[in-house]
Design a protein around this ligand. Structure first.
Ligand code: NAD
Length: 249
């Protein structure tokens, strides 16, 4: 039976998903789109005519920390009001259903944890956490809007969002955990990512090489689509619930 998006999930795929034991979900901005959080590459991803790639960099921060923090303050304002959607919730249920389940997210919005997911690798950091540019210590700063822009540490130095900017390296410990999960999974779900931000865009190939089945959920085709066994071209909220009715409802 087709769903409201006109998409049919073949029985064979349902069965393989049902029988999986070690599952990894890799999520991107698209899973939070139905919560009202703009993606970077969607039409509403622009802010004051800047593209994310111009603001989410160390270079931009050094040049104009006030501008960069104003952008983050805007994003935190949107995300602070957002609630997890059925896509986030379906992943929480999957974690309870499968013997091994790891969620690797590129999102910095914290919505997976807010929904109740526990084994979450926030590979690009978290936008509610900040890092002192002098002492490198991290702490949560959750004021919306911020009381001062740019915000500062008690030591007087500027703080930056504790996220991975374009051109920066990922935390090796988190990379290692992600890799462990990818090489040992039998099913990888790739949800709401445009598949262009490295090194995460290379993760599906790692799971594929290790023999996992790959299923993508995204309204658009992506560079990762040809690698997948199956692509569901629709929104993740409804489709995730349908893919795993055994786990969920
Ligand atoms: P992206 O903006 O490049 O791509 C979003 C993808 O989601 C697109 O392929 C789009 O077709 C798809 N999509 C849109 N609506 C969807 C829906 N309802 N269901 C499923 N898919 C949907 O995002 P990205 O690939 O995650 O990479 C961008 C980088 O931007 C990441 O590093 C991430 O940290 C950051 N980012 C995070 C957030 C967030 O935390 N919510 C938001 C924007 C960007």
């Amino acid at each position: 039976m087709k769903n409201t998006q006109g998409i049919l999930i073949p029985e064979e795929i349902r069965q393989r998903v049902l029988n999986a034991k070690r599952v990894v979900a890799l999520t991107g901005a698209g899973i939070s789109a139905e919560s009202g959080v703009p993606t970077f590459r969607g039409a509403d991803g622009l802010w004051q005519n800047y593209r994310a790639e111009e603001l989410a960099t160390l270079h931009a921060f050094r040049k104009d920390p006030e501008l960069v923090w104003k952008w983050y303050d805007w994003r935190r304002g949107i995300i602070g009001k957002a609630q997890p959607n059925p896509g986030h919730e379906a992943l929480v249920r999957m974690e309870a259903f499968y013997p091994r389940f790891t969620l690797i997210t590129q999102n910095v919005d914290g919505l997976h944890r807010k929904a109740g997911s526990r084994n979450v690798i926030e590979i690009h950091g978290n936008l509610w956490r900040v890092r002192c540019t002098e002492e490198q210590k991290t702490f949560y700063l959750e004021d919306v809007p911020l009381r001062e822009i740019p915000p500062r540490c008690a030591c007087g130095a500027l703080v930056r969002p504790d996220v991975v900017w374009f051109g920066e390296s990922l935390d090796p410990e988190l990379m290692n955990r992600a890799r462990q999960a990818l090489v040992s999974c039998d099913l990888l779900l790739i949800i709401g990512t445009s598949g262009v931000v490295q090194p995460v865009a290379g993760f599906p190939a790692v799971a594929r090489q290790a023999g996992a089945m790959l299923i993508e959920i995204n309204p658009a085709q992506t560079p990762l689509s040809p690698l997948c066994d199956f692509t569901l071209n629709g929104k993740s909220g409804e489709l995730l619930r349908e893919l795993i009715p055994h786990a969920v409802y």
